[in-house]
Write a protein that binds this ligand. Structure first.
Ligand SMILES: Nc1nc2c(c(=O)[nH]1)N[C@@H](CN(C=O)c1ccc(C(=O)N[C@@H](CCC(=O)O)C(=O)O)cc1)CN2
Length: 298
């Protein structure tokens, strides 16, 4: 039976380090500042944003939340970001995704000052990561957190190991593949057009599932002893819990996969909590850079 990788606990460790370093930064006259921007009333986004603002306060940050109406114009959103870009009290800016359909998300993201882009989505940070400048990049929080979980079970150097990342999104799949490559893994990105996906997955020492399809990765897709990182967060009907009830599942059929895996992340309690912890870590790093202080290594 696989080792269950406790993302909740590891996230708490990260947050504790962030909070302790934030306290030390006060001696340099710097308080890390995080601005979280949400547009509209998507219920899941509201939960995530509230959780980010709460965690930032727990870390001792200056935490600001901008809640904008769903009908906010692109120009007004750009104006807010430009204001935050030059606000010296703000070290990290995050625009919660998805944005309403009338807003051009790509353009909004590129408005963020790269040195405050704690989501790691701007071209500058994508480019830094893509060219192996991992230490100077802000790395997107979900892959950064997933990588930390992998390091806890496999160490920092993944030389000789084979990884398959299922999913090619800009937010998870591509940066995840770059991080694994930077750790010397041999990496394949698989997607909807990949032929014989089960066979490819069976070659992976490290298997990352980030497709957004409930329990798509089956137990017999998992190589004996592999590390399985499940990035999926899917809410599915759970009639066994009562009418209209739902439950969360990942992109991996957990019970089956755990029979073959050496280690595996659960959903909930795996990658999800790491996403918010790494946002705190990135904001702290940004504040350390502003203060000329060496940030901790997570
Ligand atoms: N600007 C961004 N937008 C979005 C990001 C992001 O990294 N930056 N990621 C996702 C959502 N997300 C954070 O924003 C996020 C998703 C899930 C969790 C989490 O802790 N999940 C829990 C389960 C929560 C539940 O019960 O629903 C878990 O997996 O244990 C945190 C953050 C999209 N948008």
């Amino acid at each position: 039976m696989a080792e269950i990788i406790d993302g909740k606990k590891i996230a708490e460790d990260v947050v504790a380090t962030v909070a302790a370093t934030a306290k030390d930064l006060a001696a340099h006259g710097v308080k890390p500042g995080l601005a979280v921007v949400i547009v509209g009333e998507d219920p899941a986004s509201q939960v995530y944003v509230a959780s980010k603002s709460r965690k930032a306060k727990e870390c001792g940050f200056h935490s600001v939340q901008h809640t904008l109406a769903g009908g906010t114009s692109q120009a007004d959103l750009v104006a807010l970001i430009e204001q935050l870009n030059v606000d010296p009290a703000i070290h990290g800016i995050l625009v919660q995704l998805p944005l309403p359909a009338h807003i051009d998300s790509g353009a909004i993201i590129q408005t963020i000052e790269p040195d405050k882009d704690v989501d790691g989505f701007t071209f500058v940070n994508v480019g830094r990561l893509g060219t192996g400048e991992v230490d100077s990049a802000f790395v997107p929080c979900t892959p950064a957190g997933s990588m930390l979980l992998i390091e806890r079970v496999r160490g920092r150097d993944l030389s000789g190991l084979t990884a398959v990342v299922v999913g090619r999104s800009n937010i998870v799949g591509k940066p995840m593949a770059n991080l694994l490559l930077a750790a010397n893994c041999t990496v394949t990105i698989a997607h909807s057009r990949t032929k014989d996906l089960p066979a490819l997955c069976r070659t992976a020492d490290i298997l990352v599932a980030a497709v957004g399809r409930p329990e798509m990765v089956k137990g017999d897709w998992v190589k004996q002893g592999a590390t399985v990182i499940d990035v999926g967060i899917n809410r599915i009907p759970a009639p066994e819990k009562g009418e209209g009830k739902t439950r969360l599942v990942g992109d991996v059929a957990f019970a089956e996969a755990a029979e073959n895996a050496g280690s595996i992340t659960p959903v909930p309690g795996g990658v999800g909590p790491m996403t918010i912890a790494m946002l705190m870590a990135n904001t702290l790093v940004s504040a350390c850079r502003a203060a000329g202080v060496e940030p901790p290594r997570f």
